[in-house]
Write a new protein. Structure first.
Length: 256
């Protein structure tokens, strides 16, 4: 089977019996598609489901262990434009079929799930996941349109800007991104004060924000409501999307 992935690469897959996943949220999807026995390797950050931890570790999302990958001899590698590094992906593409996703919105995520279920011959399971995602988002209750800053890192502060999946999720639940810049700009305390957010969300990943960081930011912007949030619900774009709307609905209680 020859298909075109979300980055426009042509990928020929003759078999998908030894799969390596280079992205945590897509690893979880593969398991939910019923492919546990066909997954050969995952990254050190692939922590869901628990069974993923028993698979061979092929490095991180941005530093692959090529020796392990070559030993596993995959017949399909699944990666992502943002989460993986170009040099490593280009090297892998010379030897293996590599299917790449490029996710900016929920529509892109749906396309990714559709594409992966097709090349792994799990279309029925994929359609069931897509239906569950659609059903759950139909029950999503919008939050008040608060001007929101979503922080992902400290020292320096970094936040999710426009053209990110996190931005798309903020919009989906009714929040307004305080940032006009694209991607993940670095911020100073002064810039955060000038942005004057009504709400600051501190993500659990990639930086593990804790309550002590809430107090630090409260001194910087005393007028803002500050909450710790589950970063996986805002940034994982695989089958975890089934759980996201219920989590987003629960935020209403946190914000009240």
């Amino acid at each position: 089977m020859t298909v075109r992935d979300q980055m426009g690469f042509e990928v020929t897959v003759t078999s998908a019996q030894r799969i390596i996943s280079l992205v945590p949220s897509q690893t979880e999807l593969l398991f939910d598609l019923g492919l546990a026995d066909r997954i050969s390797g995952v990254t050190q950050f692939c922590v869901h489901p628990e069974q993923a931890r028993s698979k061979a570790i092929v490095g991180g999302t941005k530093n692959f262990r090529f020796d392990v990958i070559h030993r596993l001899q995959p017949d399909l590698i699944i990666g992502n434009k943002e989460e993986n590094y170009e040099e490593g992906i280009l090297a892998l593409q010379k030897q293996y079929p590599v299917w790449m996703s490029d996710i900016g919105t929920r529509k892109d995520a749906i396309g990714m799930i559709t594409g992966i279920s097709k090349i792994t011959a799990t279309v029925e399971a994929g359609n069931a996941i897509l239906q569950s995602i659609a059903d759950e988002f139909n029950h999503l209750s919008l939050l008040p349109p608060l001007k929101t800053l979503y922080l992902i890192w400290k020292k320096p502060w970094m936040a999710a800007g426009q053209n990110t999946f996190i931005h798309a999720m903020l919009e989906e639940i009714g929040l307004v991104n305080a940032l006009k810049e694209a991607r993940y700009p670095e911020l100073t305390d002064k810039i955060i004060q000038l942005l004057s957010p009504q709400l600051i969300l501190l993500s659990s990943e990639p930086y593990p924000f804790r309550e002590k960081h809430m107090a630090e930011l409260q001194q910087c912007v005393p007028q803002a409501k500050i909450c710790l949030v589950d970063g996986e619900m805002f940034s994982w774009y695989g089958s975890r999307l089934i759980k996201a709307p219920g989590y987003f609905n629960s935020l209403r209680h946190q914000l009240s």
